[in-house]
Ligand binder design. Structure first.
Ligand SMILES: Cc1ncc(COP(=O)(O)O)c(C=O)c1O
Length: 361
């Protein structure tokens, strides 16, 4: 029999796959806007590096010193301030295993990325969930929820599933008031899409300490399937995470692909530019149609629908469009939709009209 914490667990639910929709409806063309993936594919330089990955029979370079140094330099930090992961998901789990004891409390928003609740609960710690205010982290109420048992404080920025961003003054407010003994975890999976960062990573890492800033190459670099994430932190926090992470958690192909993707400025810039143009076009169009959309700082958006989120999700599936239902993300009444290519977004807009006001309207 498994542990009670495992039995109580509501498992992570990933977005619906293209294969599943094809099985159900038999569509030849399916548009997947469900998992915030890069619609332009992957960095070509990364793909070329992966094709030449060799010596897979060997356990090679578990320290990844050069890559960590490079990632560190991007923020004015050192290799010792960087830990790598099998996606940033893995680092969330490692944080829970490294820092949390049963009964410790962890303050986080609601809704936010569901993995935090899962990882925290699995080690017997207690998520303390504070509702968003107009779709944004309510930092004042989150700080008020910090008590003697609070061990960590999670901020997802931009927040999944709302795509909302904390303004710079809220970062200042938080950084001034969060007790120094509370580990601050900032998830910046969508950082590349932000117009303004809100805070400076190096000054928080070196000035405050007791902080872990999560990053991933799954989104803007188009490498979701490669599984490569990393985190910045003060030397002590990173040292603890290095002790706990699994040996060889980052494969050699993942490290080679990630290093090559970092060289691919052209792909990154193209991805960010497409997202900016399409995001403002689609959100503008949805608002014109009378749907409410939170401002988005990411490669997805959270939009209201006039029928239930689940009904809208199902009606879109029937039309070959995969999105996420807010019902499954603690965001009832809304869909979470990835920004796709121009053509994909048009297909979504047309299908949404059909799903909500009828195909002949
Ligand atoms: C907020 C947030 N953090 C982390 C992740 C996971 O990233 P990775 O693919 O690096 O595990 C996601 C993926 O959707 C996310 O939305």
């Amino acid at each position: 029999m498994s542990r009670p914490a495992v039995r109580a667990l509501a498992p992570y639910v990933a977005g619906t796959s293209i294969e599943e929709v094809r099985r159900r409806f038999g569509h030849a063309r399916i548009v997947k806007l469900a998992s915030n993936e890069n619609p332009l594919g992957s960095s070509p330089l990364a793909l070329a590096a992966l094709r030449s990955a060799d010596r897979l029979n060997l356990y090679l370079d578990d320290a990844h010193e050069a890559l960590r140094e490079r990632l560190g330099q991007r923020e004015g930090l050192q290799a010792e301030n960087v830990v790598l992961g099998h996606g940033s998901n893995e680092i969330v789990n490692t944080i829970a295993q490294t820092f949390l004891d049963p009964g410790d409390e962890v303050v986080m928003a609601d809704p936010t990325f569901s993995l935090y609740r899962l990882a925290v609960s699995l080690v017997g710690a207690l998520p303390v969930e504070v509702p968003l205010l107009d779709g944004v982290h309510d930092i004042e109420r989150m700080l008020a929820a910090v008590g003697p048992r609070t061990k960590a404080f999670f901020v997802c920025d931009p927040n999944n599933p709302t795509a909302t961003v904390l303004p710079a003054f809220a970062w200042d407010y938080l950084l001034e008031r969060l007790p120094p003994d509370v580990l601050l975890v900032i998830d910046r999976a969508y950082a590349e899409y932000l117009d303004t960062p809100g805070f400076e990573v190096a000054s928080v890492v070196l000035g405050r300490g007791n902080v872990v800033v999560l990053r991933t190459m799954s989104k803007a670099y188009g490498l979701a399937s490669l599984r490569f994430g990393y985190a910045y932190g003060d030397r002590e926090s990173i040292d603890w995470l290095q002790r706990v992470r699994l040996p060889f958690n980052v494969s050699r192909p993942a490290a080679l692909g990630a290093a090559a993707a970092l060289d691919d400025r052209a792909f990154l810039e193209k991805s960010i530019a497409l997202n900016a143009v399409e995001r403002s076009r689609v959100i503008g169009e949805l608002r014109e149609r009378g749907f409410h959309c939170y401002p988005s700082g990411a490669n997805f958006y959270a939009v209201t629908v006039p029928i239930s989120a689940h009904e809208a999700y199902e009606a879109l599936l029937e039309r070959g469009i995969i999105v996420r239902s807010g019902d499954a993300l603690r965001m009832p009444g809304r869909l979470r939709v990835t920004v796709g290519t121009n053509e994909e977004n048009d297909a979504f807009l047309a299908a949404l009209a059909g799903a909500t006001i009828g195909d002949r309207a």
